[in-house]
Design a protein around this ligand. Structure first.
Ligand code: SAH
Length: 395
């Protein structure tokens, strides 16, 4: 294939030779003047060796590498191959089962498809492009998806209005590329969830908490459970299945509370153990009495969306966790998470440690949690790791 060539400054190929898939703007020596956002380019070292090919874009990351060491067509068969390999991994993880059809099929760099996220909900795939290059490939991606053997996808919904760089002026429309709406109930470990990919956050559901929800179920028997930042109520439904004494779900969004109630209702119709409240989390934690709950989940939105917000984010995690540790019943269990990519595992743990110390209670770490295997982390791209969690016991 003949693609336009971007040449790197001397020595700037090192991280790429170790398969880190991003080329930063500071590494570029020369580039053609006529390339456009989303074009496929070849990346060469200063001595003219082909390092790989990838999608070009304007910004601090200028190329996301799709193929290392050789050139090839980026066409439907390329996507069929990569997405097919991603599906084989999910099959081997036993995520595609009669009682489980909600999972992440493609996790960007973790599946060697930088800039692309695909979540599966039954026979609908929700596709999110994070780069102009993937935006331009959306139709061949959708065609590849419906052709993958054994992957039962009939509808492909494209949802990139909020994920593409707005300066690229791509004006993406959220819409079905193939098929249409035909029901939105997906199954996770035998539980039913109404997934609202049309109006919901991200692709409509947080599939990344599946394993952690299962763990919560095992801790729930006979407990008074508080699920903070409940969104679609995932943790609440698992707690009910685990035999909780009562489950209270809290989210500041009225829409989230509606979704949570609907998801509890389809799994446990008329179950009086569950109540949901549309209230600010900090306010709710201040108003309860110490000991009201013996199992608390804290799964807030990313407090630090960028590095610049890191300091305030760490203060936020500390305050929130201190509140929960203060209020939980003696012997209580706290599930606490951070999904901020900019906050490292160590920084999060330090924020929780500081919170614990502030309360003066004895706290032990029982489990250290992370993202599940359908959100793989490319070892050469540690930026792909984002979800961190701790299960604490508070004496
Ligand atoms: N735990 C959920 C995902 C949480 S997403 C799951 O398993 O699916 C984060 C949620 O936090 C969103 O639903 C958002 O509405 C809510 N939220 C954001 N700020 C909040 C606040 N100050 N108080 C309560 N909820 C808040």
């Amino acid at each position: 294939m003949n693609y336009p060539v971007i040449t790197l400054k001397r020595g700037k190929e090192e991280s790429l030779l170790r398969f880190h898939p991003w080329v930063f703007s500071g590494a570029v020596a020369t580039q053609p003047s006529n390339i456009e956002e989303g074009d496929i380019v070849e990346v060469h070292s200063s001595d003219g060796r082909l390092i790989g090919i990838g999608h070009y874009q304007v910004g601090s990351i200028v190329v996301r590498i799709l193929e290392f060491g050789s050139s090839r067509a980026i066409d439907r068969s390329f996507f069929a191959e990569r997405i097919g390999a991603a599906f084989n991994l999910r099959k081997s993880l036993k995520l595609n089962r009669a009682d489980n059809n909600a999972y992440r099929l493609v996790h960007g760099e973790g599946d060697f498809l930088p800039g692309l996220v695909i979540d599966i909900y039954g026979n609908t795939a929700v596709v999110q492009a994070h780069s102009p290059g993937m935006h331009f490939c959306r139709n061949i991606i959708a065609e590849a998806l419906v052709e993958i053997p054994e992957l039962p996808v009939a509808n492909v919904y494209y949802k990139s209005e909020t994920t593409l760089p707005y300066k690229a002026h791509l004006d993406p429309q959220n819409a079905y590329i193939i098929g249409d709406y035909d029901g939105a109930i997906a199954l996770e470990n035998g539980l039913q969830f109404n997934i609202d990919w049309l109006r919901g956050q991200k692709t409509g559901f947080f599939v990344d908490q599946r394993d952690n929800r299962s763990l919560l179920q095992h801790y729930s028997q006979g407990k008074n459970v508080l699920n903070m930042f409940c969104y679609t109520g995932g943790f609440s439904v698992y707690a009910l299945r685990g035999g909780a004494n009562l489950v209270h779900s809290v989210d500041s969004s009225a829409k989230a509370i509606e979704l949570t109630r609907a998801n509890v209702e389809i799994n446990f119709p008329g179950d009086a153990r569950h109540q949901a409240f549309a209230v600010d989390a900090f306010k709710y934690l201040s108003d309860i009495k110490k000991g009201d709950y013996d199992l608390i989940v804290l799964d807030p939105p990313a407090f630090a969306k960028h590095r610049s917000a890191l300091r305030n984010a760490l203060i936020g995690y500390r305050r929130l966790n201190a509140r929960a540790i203060e209020q939980i019943a003696p012997g209580g269990i706290l599930f606490t998470f951070s999904c901020s990519q900019a906050v490292s595992r160590e920084q999060f743990r330090l924020a929780v440690f500081t919170a614990a110390a502030q309360t003066g209670r004895k706290v032990r770490i029982l489990h250290q949690l992370t993202q599940p295997a359908d959100h793989p982390i490319n070892i050469y791209h540690p930026e792909g790791e984002y979800l961190k969690g701790l299960i604490l016991q508070v004496e």
